[in-house]
Design a protein around this ligand. Structure first.
Ligand code: S3P
Length: 160
């Protein structure tokens, strides 16, 4: 069964996926290999819509895997993706408030996320507000992550 980590940029999906399973699959990492360039370069050369198509194709493939999968924060944008996600039994949403996420993103020294680099804080807040109901809609488990260490979050997931 695919065990998916979902949430906005900066919510800790990759960190938690790695702690859950060393052999986790990271969608962004696989996409960079598949696109043969950084995601930010692909966004500027081909546009976000082209990126979303490749991302959707990859999601469909990965949902067949028996693995822990760290998704990209925009995976819930396409309705087709949400339909696929609702059929998957284990979708763990790492929920955090916008200000905490923004702080984490701003502190990321090797920041490469095209949306963070190209949008204002207010734009990102709107995107966050727009996406949150979608994460909730497809989640089988919602974990508020504020104030919890990665190890505590992993413990919650393992015990459920
Ligand atoms: C995106 C989030 C990124 C990456 C791409 C687009 C988004 O992944 O897929 O930059 O639309 O929120 P992370 O959530 O792992 O940062």
């Amino acid at each position: 069964m695919a065990k998916l980590l979902l949430g906005f940029m900066g919510s800790g999906k990759t960190t938690i996926a790695q702690l859950l399973d060393d052999n986790f699959l990271d969608m962004d990492h696989i996409l960079v290999e598949r696109l043969r360039m950084p995601i930010s370069q692909y966004f500027s050369e081909k546009g976000e819509a082209a990126f979303r198509q490749v991302e959707s194709q990859l999601l469909e493939e990965l949902l067949k895997e028996d693995a822990v999968i760290s998704t990209g924060g925009g995976i819930v944008m396409a309705e087709a993706n949400r339909k696929l996600l609702t059929k998957n039994a284990c979708n763990i949403y790492l929920q955090a408030d916008f200000e905490s996420l923004y702080e984490r993103l701003a502190a990321d020294q090797k920041q490469e996320r095209p949306l963070f680099l190209s949008q204002t804080k207010e734009d990102l807040r709107q995107l966050y507000d727009y996406r949150c109901p979608f994460y909730e809609e497809v989640a089988s488990q919602i974990i508020p992550v504020a104030g919890k260490s990665p190890e505590e979050i992993v413990e919650i997931i393992r015990c459920s």
